[in-house]
Ligand binder design. Structure first.
Ligand SMILES: Cc1cc2nc3c(=O)[nH]c(=O)nc-3n(C[C@H](O)[C@H](O)[C@H](O)COP(=O)(O)OP(=O)(O)OC[C@H]3O[C@@H](n4cnc5c(N)ncnc54)[C@H](O)[C@@H]3O)c2cc1C
Length: 475
């Protein structure tokens, strides 16, 4: 008889786990509470007919670099990565924006006096990119298969991004560009190890890129669902699991859930030590999302920003640091750090002709319910693109509470499955050798609250599924 597996939650990690298990010959059923699969990688016509809005993830540096997604060759199921002409832009109040290109040489050249330092910081990591991606997208605690990949980060990896930026770069342009990349970790640039994040995102730009998925991020989820189906698995939607006994006849169970949801599950007798660790789990800041339909392209003051897939609205390094400090102190900054995606630059299918969909979210305090948050996002846009407000045809705000309502894993609007600081950087979600083990035989955690953390890479799912298969083989 075939062994059976149940996966709870169909985010990228749940689907990644399901695919790995199904390809190994297990009979797999994924239970998803929502009416559509994909978790925080779903898209919908939120801004009216003909629009495609990414409801969660928009840009896919992790997707393009993911060893699992690459190995699955999801192009067979319609997934196509589309690269914008410029990877990312970091506009400033004065002078030209910093631009991140696929080409390291071009990026360096445009950074003028900081070009050499930019190259020195990123080249080693970019040259060993495949090994770096495999190492970074796995549990940090295992013995590294590619020690040279880790070494390529150099001695500065543990440094705060702010310290690296100040030590290496002279211009605000290069400092801001680096701090903007590091800010994807949703940590202040003064925090240890944020240099590693900045370098990782920069090197990703210079190698596999930061693409969008043709037709919306939903295409990533749909391709995984198709691959699952090709191996006999299926997703049951509108199927919330509140008690493990609903799925327990399965030989293995993988939970694509945040610690809070795991604790709320009935019929799951967790060891007290693990239960305490989950109860102590800390979530990071929230996201306040704003989606806009515009009647024309964004009137960026530096028109080159209009060719970038991703735009960081944070200003100088000092300003990014100050905003992050306020968020950590529970205050909504006057000028929050805003991540913008202009998917239409690479993928014209996102809006009807002549219209533009703009995706943005600000880093705000955990659970922030301040009604001013949306206007602050607009304020940051208007600051670097004067007149953008006049272009707005439709606007939808999604504050942290609404994000969590939509997907209960997004606790307090945390997009990363838990803060990435302190011990949680390495030990996710508990201090133990196997991050995916729940202590209950046959039950594994596979969400972004396990390594490698947030992002649409499906690698937490892949690693947890590999553990489950090994245990099954032993049994
Ligand atoms: C606004 C936003 C922007 C983001 N931007 C990016 C980006 O640009 N690039 C990037 O790489 N990442 C981005 N992310 C992060 C990325 O989307 C997540 O890290 C990733 O989706 C996590 O995958 P997951 O499988 O762990 O969980 P999720 O994607 O959160 O999926 C969990 C699933 O479990 C389901 N579920 C929960 N409880 C139950 C239950 N009891 N029973 C059944 N089902 C249940 C949920 O409905 C959900 O479908 C963003 C996230 C958000 C919210």
């Amino acid at each position: 008889m075939r062994a059976t597996a149940a996966v709870v939650g169909s985010g990228p990690n749940g689907l990644g786990a399901a695919v790995v298990l199904a390809r190994a010959g297990l009979e797999v059923v994924v239970h998803e509470a929502a009416p559509t699969p994909g978790g925080a990688a779903r898209s919908a016509p939120l801004l009216g007919p003909g629009t495609v809005v990414d409801l969660g993830a928009a840009v896919h540096p992790f997707g393009a670099a993911s060893p699992l997604l690459r190995a699955l060759d999801l192009g067979r199921h319609g997934l196509e990565w589309l690269h914008p002409p410029v990877v990312a832009a970091h506009p400033l109040d004065d002078g030209p924006a910093g631009l991140l290109h696929r080409s390291l040489a071009r990026t360096a050249e445009e950074l003028g006096p900081d070009g050499r330092a930019w190259t020195a910081l990123h080249r080693g990591v970019a040259e060993r990119w495949e090994d770096v991606a495999e190492t970074a997208l796995g549990p940090l605690l295992r013995r590294p298969r590619h020690p040279a990949a880790l070494a390529s980060f150099g001695l500065r990896a543990p440094w705060p991004a702010a310290a690296t930026a100040r030590a290496l770069f002279r211009t605000e342009r290069a400092r801001g560009l680096f701090a903007g990349s590091a800010a994807h970790a949703v940590l202040p640039p003064g925090h240890v190890l944020t240099s590693a994040f900045g370098t990782l995102f920069g090197a990703a730009a210079h190698t596999t890129g930061w693409p969008v998925a043709r037709g919306g991020s939903q295409a990533v989820a749909d391709a995984l669902v198709a691959e699952l189906a090709a191996h006999g698995g299926r997703v049951v939607t509108d199927s919330p699991v509140t008690d493990l006994r609903q799925v327990r006849p399965a030989d293995v169970v993988l939970l694509d859930l945040a610690p809070r949801q795991v604790l709320a599950l009935g019929g799951l007798d967790l060891p007290p030590r693990y239960r305490r660790a989950l109860a102590r789990w800390r979530h990071g800041p929230g996201a306040h999302k704003v989606d806009l339909l515009l009647d024309g392209p964004v009137p960026w003051r530096d028109p080159r920003v209009g060719r970038a897939g991703t735009v960081h609205l944070g200003g100088t390094l000092a300003e990014i640091g100050a905003a992050a400090a306020q968020v950590r102190a529970g205050r909504l900054p006057e000028r929050p750090f805003v991540l913008v995606a202009q998917q239409g630059v690479a993928d014209p299918s996102r809006a009807p002709a002549g219209r533009h969909v703009l995706w943005a979210y600000a880093h705000v305090p955990h659970g922030c319910a301040d009604p001013a948050a949306g206007e602050r996002v607009l304020g940051q846009l208007e600051r670097f693109a004067p007149g953008v407000r006049d272009r707005v045809l439709a606007r939808v705000d999604t504050p942290p509470a609404r994000l969590e309502e939509w997907n209960p894993n997004l606790v307090g609007g945390d997009v990363g499955g838990g803060a990435l600081d302190g011990l949680q950087q390495v030990f996710r979600p508990a201090v133990q050798a196997d991050p995916y083990a729940t202590g209950v035989p046959g039950v594994w955690l596979c969400s972004s609250s396990t390594p490698p953390g947030g992002g649409v890479h499906a690698m937490a799912g892949a690693h947890a599924a590999a553990r489950a298969l090994r245990e099954l083989a032993r049994r």
